[in-house]
Design a binder for this molecule. Structure first.
Ligand code: HPA
Length: 242
């Protein structure tokens, strides 16, 4: 998410275009750079701008940052995204901590021959989102006086937003928020045995009677308002997990 980087000391910035084999992203509002960050003797990688399946990339290309992070020794994947709210108790601008996900993207980054040196052919997904990270984030949010919803994220293909009937369907199958990202990265991360957490900014509502027309600009505007807040939560989490 743009602006999250300002919370951390940046050691080095690397444009995605300078990383061999990385796709270049063309989506407005998604910056496309990797920063090596440092905070109180802890170091990490901050990816600003992700790759989306709807751009026409393969799932393997979409998840290239996760594989790169793993190969650099990263053990935790802390994700953010912009999502449409499906739960009627949600408001635009709310934040949801993801407890589980549904893959409706019709593909997986693990499709194809498996490299057994990286992970298993049939990875377990019973704890896609780390229970221990969820517990810590709930406590940190309470201490920061930040209301936090919890729920299920459903990943769809896009790039069109949902029709009212599709929003209704997604709610019926058990989702609280919908978006066009995250699911591939989580599958890849669990395959590589990384611990995962995800915070969603609710940028629009797909709730019957309260659904309004949504544009990409609305989504960017709402999500950038919350970027710093999320970065602060994750910064505190990082202090606790190392
Ligand atoms: N649907 C799908 N993806 C989204 C939405 C939505 O309503 N909002 C932000 N990303």
């Amino acid at each position: 998410m743009a602006d999250a980087a300002s919370e951390f000391e940046i050691i080095q910035k690397i444009p995605y275009a300078d990383i061999p084999g990385f796709p270049t992203t063309g989506v407005k509002g998604h910056r496309g750079q990797l920063s090596l960050i440092k905070d109180a003797n802890k170091s990490g990688l901050l990816f600003e701008g992700r790759f989306h399946y709807y751009e026409g990339l393969t799932m393997q290309q979409v998840t290239a940052p996760v594989l790169l992070a793993y190969l650099c020794g990263v053990r935790y994947l802390l994700l953010t995204n912009a999502s449409g709210g499906l739960n009627p108790s949600f408001e635009i601008g709310d934040i949801m901590l993801v407890e589980d996900q549904i893959n409706l993207m019709g593909d997986s980054p693990l499709r194809g021959p498996n490299d057994d040196s990286l992970g298993p052919r049939f990875p377990d997904m019973t704890e896609a989102f780390s229970k221990s990270l969820i517990k810590k984030l709930i406590r940190i949010a309470k201490e920061e006086n930040l209301p936090l919803h919890r729920g299920v994220y459903v990943g769809v293909h896009g790039p069109s937003f949902e029709t009212p009937a599709e929003y209704r369907f997604l709610r019926i199958i058990g989702a609280d928020a919908v978006g066009m990202s995250t699911v591939p990265e989580v599958i890849m991360a669990r395959y590589l045995n990384l611990e995962v957490s995800c915070l969603c900014v609710i940028t629009d509502l797909g709730v019957e009677g309260r659904t309004v027309q949504v544009s990409h600009d609305d989504v960017l505007k709402e999500s950038s308002k919350k970027a710093k807040l999320i970065a602060r939560l994750y910064k505190r989490l990082l202090h606790e997990i190392f």
